[in-house]
Write a protein that binds this ligand. Sequence first.
Ligand SMILES: Nc1ncnc2c1ncn2[C@@H]1O[C@H](COP(=O)(O)OP(=O)(O)OP(=O)(O)O)[C@@H](O)[C@H]1O
Length: 594
Amino acid sequence: MRDVVFCLRRLLTITWRLDRRRFAAGAGLLLLGAIATPLLAIGAGRLVDDVVAGDVASASGWALVVAVALTGDLMLGHFAHLYYFELAEETEQRFNRDLLRLVNAGDHLDRADDPAFADRIDLLRQDVMQMRATVQTGLQLGATAVQVLLTAVVLATVSPWLLVLAAFAVAPVVLGRRAEAGLQEVREAQSSTTRSIRALRRLATSPASQKEIRLNGGTDFLLARQGALLGTYDEAMGRADTRYALLRAAGQIVFGLAYVGAVLGAFWLAREGRASVGQVVLTITLATQLSTQMSAGIEMLGSVHRAAAGLRRFVGLEAELAAEHATPPDGLLPADLSDGLRLEDVTFVYPGTERTVLDHVDLHLPAGSSVALVGENGAGKSTLLKLVAGLYRPTAGRVLVGGTDLATVEPARWRERTAALYQDFARVELTLQHSVGIGRLADVDDESAVAAALRRADVGELADELAPADVLGTGYADGRDLSGGQWQNLGFARTLMRDDPALLILDEPAAALDALAEQRLVDAYQATAAEVATTVGGVTVFVTHRMSTVRLADRIVVLDAGRVVEHGTHAELLAAGGRYAQLWALQFRAYTEG
Ligand SMILES: Nc1ncnc2c1ncn2[C@@H]1O[C@H](COP(=O)(O)OP(=O)(O)OP(=O)(O)O)[C@@H](O)[C@H]1O
């Protein structure tokens, strides 16, 4: 019961604050409807007594009361619905906004990269739907409680003994609650199965994976796996559902027996001359209403209970994130960044994993230099880029910017000075103007700034083909989808919206580009790197597997299994005859033999 009280108090307080007018109107109409139901029973009882006594005038009056109560009973709920429907929608929007904030809370990516976190967010999205429904259910539950109370009071006017019936009505509630709790436990125990089912569904339906799955005829394979998981889930839930139904039925039987007792008791009172025919009718009507109210109440309690579990998850995550970000660093960047970037004995392990991805890395990236990171797949290049961008904090060691530990700098300060295009660049499905402009929020609507960024990225042809107001992507009915390379080009332009970065990061910026576009990008990148170096002394760090681009860098750093194994200029590393020289020879041979 604590859960129910917690949920209703929290949720109804939120809805009350969101829209007092709709709340008051919806709740008021529901309450009036709640009063109409017992009034109907009272009117019907009195009407019968007047008919038996032949009192036409009074009978007409009570008939009118019955008619009004009946109309109220039927109509008020509908009118209330108009109000609480919108209230529920506002509440859903508010929770969705909060969820978005929670997902994007914090200045680091520790959470965003964590699949368990993604799963929690997935679950919270469903919880929000449940909470939306509970706004309506919560108000209806309040009205039902009032109905039950009034029904009990009216029953007591016939005979206080009839209150025993109301007491027996508690049995289905208690057993129903226990049944619901059991169901919830099984649902939670099955959460890893439902998580796998969701992951398979995503795999089978996401546009990114669908092509390959179809080509390989993998649909049946996925369906079979999903079928097996669904089988496990259905078996566990089937057993729980049966138990649930039996417990609820037991509660209803207890109440049913009490109901028969109450009706027989009313007959007995009438036969003894201690109750009128009308009071027998009243008792039968109220007892029937009580049964309906109790069973509706149990349903509603179950729904509130489910919402309470969701709300606790929500509040828990809020508290967790608030504690994590309680004291973010608030230091400033040093005015003098001439020392460039330094990694001092940096070791890194992704949160929730055990493998060391960067292992005691010491590195100096001088101001105004361009640095290429080279290494095999999984060597740790992208991870190093995320660390210098401040998206992750080193597990051990320090990243220094202009001699200041990045861990002490307010994250937003460093973000303002960092421009990055990552390997898994975003397809920002907005208008061309916003898709590029979002790279520097202050200029998001500035057409000339976007045009300049497109020019710097040398993607003029694409820009000529599109108008700033053209909507991009498949997320909109009239959106225009772009090729992978075109999206990457726009990503590059977005990165170049910042024209004064202290750090410019390009992680495989040409992976999706054709040869011509790649050459353009390399030229544009070189021009930008040179500009960044001379104007603001910025450092450009890039990752590419194409050695012809790597050689253009001032310094080359070779990573192997999370360690820096070589660094120097192209000429120095060739002369050293180490790993870099091998890689160079390999690609050079491939070209000449090809
Ligand atoms: N979010 C993550 N959570 C856990 N491990 C990760 C995560 N991202 C990367 N890794 C692991 O860290 C190691 C280094 O990955 P990283 O992406 O830095 O390599 P890379 O050198 O950039 O590789 P590639 O050339 O393939 O892009 C890999 O073993 C990878 O599996």
